[in-house]
Design a protein around this ligand. Structure first.
Ligand code: AMP
Length: 536
């Protein structure tokens, strides 16, 4: 039997971070990580990986250091650098001490944490102390994010990056992924699939540009479901134990007793369901997202909250049932199993369509019922854990803004000879000028391009290599799917999928929508989506 190698000194990790900080090249960072990871003992891999990304504990680990600024300051003041260090600090020791700090409990815990921190820092050299402190602050600033680390792990283990990423989606623990990859290889990673009662990153959707794109991507047929304006949840059940996790993987079981009761009433002893909870009013109409979040955040008085803000559950996926994992089954089959497991009152409204004429009235029905839009899901697609792609599209009603054309570019190809790419702007009341928020060449007929070209030429204020700046006199009604933050324009915003719906000859520059309204719409959109800081 080979002897167990000695624990790796923490100094080696500090040395690595200095080197990582010194290069901005991703490939060099990866190479440094590879050499380092390969030199570690098995039990050192998880803690080292977490310390390198500045996290101390795994993402799925709910422990926190609980070291406030005041404690830290006192600890730094109280730290006496040991002049005679008996043994160098090791990676495992540092992690053990961090764990003790996080686990300190009781009335005297602040002092205990400070003492522990003092003794940890006291054992460290200057360079080591820097790494420890950056971890305490939760920020390494050495350019090794999760993505780079996942690539480094893949290289070090000689497995493909995709399987490392997938395992990470399931395990939610970068360190554990690294350990398995390095010591059990691709086979080990594959065997760590879905685990009941442990959260899994949900599959995500891409914004659809238009309905033709949706049908084309999904091979002429797609399933459209109501896109509910609530909070996504995954419901795990194993025997009598039920756990519910939010989209961001926090455990929200205790705030949702009525959902737990529903889960316990279903005729299977093991499952993983996905769906959306929506807060409703007395008439059963969806309430704003903020009301739902109040329910989620409630820790006390849950019974009262249950009456005040009732919830409705809509399920749309089934990923595991009684020993059978459905992640790799097509959505068509998952839905069939879902229908067999749950009463229809909990199913999300859905239909299978082949024409966009069938989608439009369903979208209207969703909006009338107070929901956000539709999701379109490819029937043959497996469940891609944690990924955003075209297998799931979100379809939202287009929003409209009246905008001025402030410049126009010459087209190429079929639009050669026409001023056909238009710069779109809203009115900035504070300056009296215009703020550009996008460009589009979509929406006009050939005949309209023709007359528009003549008209804009007449409004030119300066000629450029690419076209003209023009007086902002032509107003167009523009449909778009989303307002995004963007560094491209001084306005700070850009429209996603902008296209001209109509030329508004009845409107002039004073009728153009304002920059203030745009900012307001952006804020509302943010609230509606629930991606704000309030989101769980
Ligand atoms: P978004 O947050 O705009 O990227 O849209 C994706 C979110 O829509 C998901 O994370 C769910 O919370 C929510 N959603 C609402 N209805 C559905 C549905 N029928 N299928 C999947 N997700 C849905």
């Amino acid at each position: 039997m080979s002897p167990i190698p000695d624990e790796t000194p923490f100094a080696r990790l500090a040395e690595l971070t200095t080197k990582l900080e010194a290069t901005s090249k991703r490939l060099e960072k990866r190479a440094l990580l590879v050499a380092f990871l390969k030199s570690l003992r098995r039990d050192e891999v998880p803690p080292a990986v977490h310390l390198i990304v500045g996290r101390i504990f795994a993402e799925s680990d709910s422990r926190a250091l609980n070291v406030g600024w005041a404690t830290l300051k006192k600890a730094l003041a109280g730290t006496k650098q040991a002049t005679l260090v008996p043994r160098p600090l090791t990676i495992l020791e540092a992690t053990r001490m961090f764990a003790q700090i996080a686990e300190a409990r009781g009335p005297d815990s602040t002092r205990a944490r400070r003492r522990l921190l003092e003794s940890l820092l006291g054992r460290a050299s200057e360079e080591e102390r820097d790494v420890l402190l950056r971890n305490v602050f939760g920020e390494m600033r050495i350019g090794v994010n999760e993505g780079v680390m996942l690539e480094g792990i893949a290289d070090a283990a000689g497995v493909d990056a995709e399987s490392v990423r997938t395992a990470h989606m399931f395990l939610g623990d970068l360190g554990m992924v690294a350990e398995i990859a390095l010591f059990e290889g691709a086979v080990g990673l594959r065997s760590r699939g879905l685990r009941l009662l442990a959260p899994m990153k949900p599959m995500l959707a891409e914004m659809a540009e238009d309905l033709d794109e949706v049908l084309a991507e999904h091979g002429g047929q797609t399933a459209v479901e109501f896109k509910l304006d609530g909070a996504r949840i995954q419901i795990h059940r194993k025997g009598d134990v039920v756990r519910i996790f939010s989209r961001r993987l926090s455990d929200v079981t205790d705030s949702l007793p009525e959902i737990v009761a529903i889960a316990k009433s279903l005729p299977a002893s093991e499952f993983l369901l996905e769906g959306e909870v929506v807060a409703i009013n007395a008439d059963g109409k969806p309430l704003p997202f903020q009301d739902l979040m109040r329910r989620f955040r409630r820790v006390h008085g849950i019974a009262a909250a249950q009456e005040e803000i009732p919830l409705k559950l809509y399920l749309f996926d089934l990923l595991h049932v009684d020993g059978q994992t459905l992640i790799d089954a097509p959505y068509r089959a998952r839905w069939e199993s879902l229908e067999r497991l749950v009463p229809s009152e909990y199913l999300t409204a859905r239909r299978i369509v082949t024409h966009k004429q069938e989608i439009e009235p369903f979208l209207q029905a969703a909006l009338v019922a107070g929901h956000e839009g539709l999701m379109a899901k490819a029937l043959d697609s497996t469940y891609s854990v944690g990924k955003r792609g075209k297998k799931w599209f979100k379809i939202k009603p287009a929003d409209l803004l009246d905008m001025a054309i402030v410049a126009a570019e010459w087209g190429s190809g079929r639009r050669e000879g026409w001023l056909s790419n238009y710069w779109l702007a809203v009115r900035d009341e504070s300056t009296g000028g215009f703020q550009m928020i996008g460009k589009t060449f979509k929406g006009l007929t050939d005949a309209e391009f023709e007359t528009m070209t003549e008209r804009l030429r007449g409004l030119a204020t300066s000629e450029e290599r690419w076209g003209f700046h023009v007086r902002p006199e032509v107003v167009v009604e523009v449909a778009y799917n989303e307002i995004q933050r963007s560094p491209h324009y001084p306005s700070g915003f850009a429209l996603r999928f902008a296209r001209i719906v109509r030329i508004r000859d009845d409107k002039g520059p004073d009728d153009v929508d304002t920059y203030a309204r745009l900012k307001d719409l952006y804020k509302k959109q943010f609230e509606r989506k629930g991606r704000g800081p309030a989101d769980l």
